[in-house]
Design a binder for this molecule. Structure first.
Ligand code: HEM
Ligand SMILES: *[C@@H]1O[C@H](CO)[C@@H](O)[C@H](O)[C@H]1NC(C)=O
Ligand SMILES: *[C@@H]1O[C@H](CO)[C@@H](O)[C@H](O)[C@H]1NC(C)=O
Length: 319
């Protein structure tokens, strides 16, 4: 009898152990023994690219965001069209807009030279975003590693799950909430619009509609290089004051009704996020630490770990 109970207990224990999901965790030390030079190699490649073109810092931060919001941070955005892949690069929010693919492809080839088949493209994207932020005056943070690369992509998810420049505050809040990010995270992350550029077609409606939520002088200035029709790809800085440095001017602009995109200005338009914008406009240190924390949280969205996915040899194609 006693041995029967013992047997049952052992069986239950085994079943319990088997049924506990082995949720592998990301770790900043993931490559410490398998590729100790990975992070310095990535950093060199990223710094070289940004020193050639400062805007690349912005493009790389955005690339990580557009990766993480679609099927998680799995480098799905980097896959090109092929017989098995319908590339996310052709999704509306990405096409002729997201840039920096070749910078990541190059960083990957540098890393492959020292440790072939070890470092994922998804991790390179996360490290590149951190290095880019720091290089242009933004915060740094410890990047968690161990993401693996997807074998698939989703054009339709890229079209439906990434926010758009005309979205309402409620829509923005729910798109971020769907990824486990709070309204506060969303406001902090939008602060990366303190660097980089946007094309005329993304802010035309806003600068021509004479609404009460835009500074009239700012609208006039922006109209000069963004005609009412044509010039769709003409660029304007997302932060009119310091487009090449990562600071909290973005939030000061919003308070003056000088947000470039409608989706920027809705963060300060009498709604629930006004107080957060106000806080970040006055406290750059708090903005930077919240931004870093939110980037870590964003980098944690549904990673492929353990034996899921693969470590691609080339970021633009599955093995
Ligand atoms: C809140 C919702 C957001 C919307 C609606 C939005 C939309 C946009 C749009 C329309 C552009 C200009 C694209 C173009 O003209 O080609 C842009 C640029 C940019 N976005 Fe966002 N964005 C959002 C949030 C974010 C987040 C969360 C990040 C990063 C964490 C980010 C980082 C950037 C950067 C850095 C640029 C400049 C890119 C460059 O110059 O290449 N954005 N965004
Ligand atoms: C992958 O796609 C990008 C963007 O569409 C293109 O620029 C690049 O040349 C492609 N790479 C390869 C190796 O086909
Ligand atoms: C906005 O104001 C300008 C100048 O006053 C005017 O020419 C234009 O028609 C107005 N646009 C709209 C959409 O009301």
């Amino acid at each position: 009898m006693a041995s029967h109970i013992n047997y049952t207990c052992t069986l239950l224990t085994i079943l319990l152990i088997i049924s506990i999901p082995s949720e592998a965790q990301l770790s900043s030390k993931f490559y410490d023994s398998t590729c100790p030079s990975a992070l310095t190699t990535i950093r060199t490649a990223i710094r070289t690219a940004i020193s050639r073109e400062r805007r690349m810092a912005a493009s790389l931060i955005r690339l990580h965001f557009h990766d993480c919001f679609v099927r998680g941070c799995d480098a799905s955005i980097l896959l090109n069209d092929s017989s098995t892949i319908t590339s996310e690069k052709n999704a509306l929010p990405n096409l002729n807009s997201v840039r920096g693919y070749e910078v990541i492809d190059n960083a990957k080839s540098q890393v492959e030279k020292i440790c072939p088949g070890v470092v994922s493209c998804a991790d390179i994207l996360a490290v590149a975003a951190r290095d880019a932020s720091f290089y242009v005056g933004g915060p740094s943070w410890t990047v968690k590693l161990g993401r693996r690369d997807s074998k698939t992509a989703s054009l339709s998810s890229a079209n439906s799950q990434l926010p758009g420049f005309g979205d309402s505050l409620n829509t923005l809040i729910s798109l971020f909430k769907a990824k486990g990010l709070s309204a506060r995270d969303m406001v902090a992350l939008s602060g990366s619009h303190t660097i980089g550029q946007a094309q005329c077609f993304t802010f035309r409606t806003r600068i021509y509609n004479n609404a009460s939520d835009i500074n009239a002088g700012f609208a006039t200035t922006r109209r000069r290089k963004c005609p009412a029709s044509g010039g769709n790809a003409n660029l304007a800085p997302l932060d009119l004051v310091t487009p090449n440095s990562f600071d909290n001017n973005y939030f000061k602009n919003l308070i003056q009704k000088k947000g470039l995109l409608a989706s920027d200005q809705v963060l300060f338009s009498g709604g629930s996020t006004d107080s957060i914008v106000d806080e970040y406009s006055k406290n750059p240190t708090k903005f930077k630490s919240d931004f870093a924390a939110a980037m870590i949280k964003m980098g944690d969205i549904s990673p492929l770990t353990g034996s899921k996915g693969q470590i691609r040899k080339l970021c633009y194609a599955v093995n």
